[in-house]
Design a protein around this ligand. Structure first.
Ligand code: PMP
Length: 439
């Protein structure tokens, strides 16, 4: 029975949710497991702000984990969604907007010759892996420790020790047979990749990598790392899958590839996209070489499908978001990211907190106690003084700034983060830095 009076405080809402859903959430990090305390239940968001069930407004540095690049509730995006809703929610048939969104993607990422829309990043990477296996007729996949590609069984494998270690399951419920088909290598280690190919090259279907890792905190790919992956995979007849679910259309119109591959002269065989491509609606996609993509059904033998794929409301949001992501938006996000990371660093320094700012384009995160080495791989990311983040996070939250509830996540900005929003963050930083120092 539902209670007669609707709960409204986050505590009450979380109590109710915990009785109804595992951990009270539908995606684990929302439960504030690593920072503790009660997760805030959000009810609305506009521009750079998000508001909880008790009417408290926060400057949002999560931005829905990336999608809200142009700011929450951007008027063009809302208008496009409202117009699409009026025409019906879902048709289970092709709609004109799908090609419109595909064209906008290809204009920005020319290596995408064909695109398949799906609903989540997990589906995009899962399909890319199946496609790579179908296309090459090989079984093994290389991923890097600390890279997240969604919750498909084969890619939940975490760090294997040493080089080319056959991974053990990283999650209960993943069979050893599945995990054994993923080779987990240390990030930024070209020699490890070369060794894996020397040993298993004839059976490696693909290397999948985040274009710039942002799920172990942000880690910058060493100069030439992604280019080396492109060179090695193509020399061995394997595919390179560049996962731009998080970075795509965020670190610039051409994603992180646009900042690197476009200049360096390499292009992955497949890209995966998500987040910004749907502007907050469930859209993701995979795309790339036409000969590879045409291996997908109905043309090819690799099956993939989705009842709600290319949903008209979601497509409308994606089209409007990419159109609203102007050069000015990217300039704002870049500038705000530079200002904010410098301000965070200055505050931590003033409080005597050892740290490094980890950066990839406009994405950044803070890694505590790592100034001597920075963070170049998962081992270093895990070795940081992560306990300092909890008090830092809660001090910011109390001051009205909503940070990602884990030190291993990037901080997300939008084109709507104006001076007023930024000043609220800057005002909160000294106390948060002091709290981190005292941890
Ligand atoms: N790849 C990357 C790089 C991601 O960051 C994520 C999600 N954060 C995914 C894939 C999975 O996307 P989704 O949560 O939409 O399944």
């Amino acid at each position: 029975m539902s209670s007669p009076v609707s709960p409204s405080s986050s505590e009450e809402l979380f109590d109710r949710a915990r009785a109804l859903m595992p951990g009270g959430v539908n995606s684990p990090v929302r439960a504030f497991g690593s920072v503790g305390g009660t997760p805030r239940f959000m009810v609305s968001a506009t521009g750079p702000y998000i508001t909880d069930s008790e009417g408290r407004e926060y400057v949002d540095l999560v931005c829905s984990w990336g999608p809200a690049l142009v700011g929450h509730s951007h008027p063009d995006v809302l208008a496009a969604v409202h117009a699409a809703v009026d025409n019906g929610l879902s048709f289970g048939a092709s709609t004109p907007a799908e090609a419109e969104l595909a064209q906008l993607v290809m204009d920005r990422v020319p290596g995408v010759k064909r695109l398949r829309m799906v609903s989540t990043g997990t589906e995009a990477t899962m399909t890319a892996i199946r496609l790579a296996r179908g296309y090459t007729g090989r079984n093994l996949v290389i991923k890097f420790a600390g890279c997240y590609h969604g919750h498909l069984d084969g890619l939940l494998a975490s760090a294997g020790s040493g080089l080319a270690t056959l991974a053990l399951p990283g999650s209960a419920g993943v069979t050893e047979a599945t995990a054994a088909e993923t080779l987990v290598l240390p990030y930024n280690d070209v020699a490890a990749v070369e060794k894996a190919f020397a040993e298993h090259g004839a059976n490696i279907a693909a290397v999948i990598t985040e274009a710039a890792p942002a799920n172990m905190g942000v880690v910058t790919p060493d100069e030439g790392f992604n280019a080396a992956l492109s060179r090695i995979t193509s020399a061995h007849g394997a595919l390179l899958i560049l996962d731009e679910v998080l970075t795509g259309f965020r670190t610039g119109p051409g994603g992180y590839w646009g900042l690197t591959g476009a200049q360096e002269g390499w292009t992955p065989d497949l890209f995966t996209f998500g987040k910004v491509i749907g502007g907050g609606m469930p859209v993701a996609a995979l795309g790339g070489r036409a000969d590879v993509m045409d291996y997908l059904a109905p043309l090819g033998p690799v099956y993939q499908a989705g009842t709600l794929s290319g949903n008209p409301i979601a497509m409308a949001a994606g089209v409007a978001t990419l159109k609203a992501a102007t050069a000015e938006v990217y300039a704002t996000v870049d500038a705000r990211s530079a200002e904010l990371s410098a301000a965070v660093s200055a505050a931590l320094e003033a409080a005597g907190v050892d740290h490094s700012i980890q950066r990839a384009g406009s994405l950044f995160s803070v890694a505590f106690g790592t100034s001597a080495t920075g963070v170049h791989n998962y081992e270093q990311a895990q070795a940081q003084e992560s306990f300092r983040y909890k008090p830092f996070f809660h001090s910011m939250l109390d001051a009205g700034v909503y940070l990602p509830p884990s030190v291993f996540e990037a901080w997300f900005l939008s084109g709507a983060h104006d001076d007023a929003a930024m000043n609220r963050i800057y005002d909160a930083l000294p106390a948060a830095a002091k709290a981190a120092a005292e941890a």
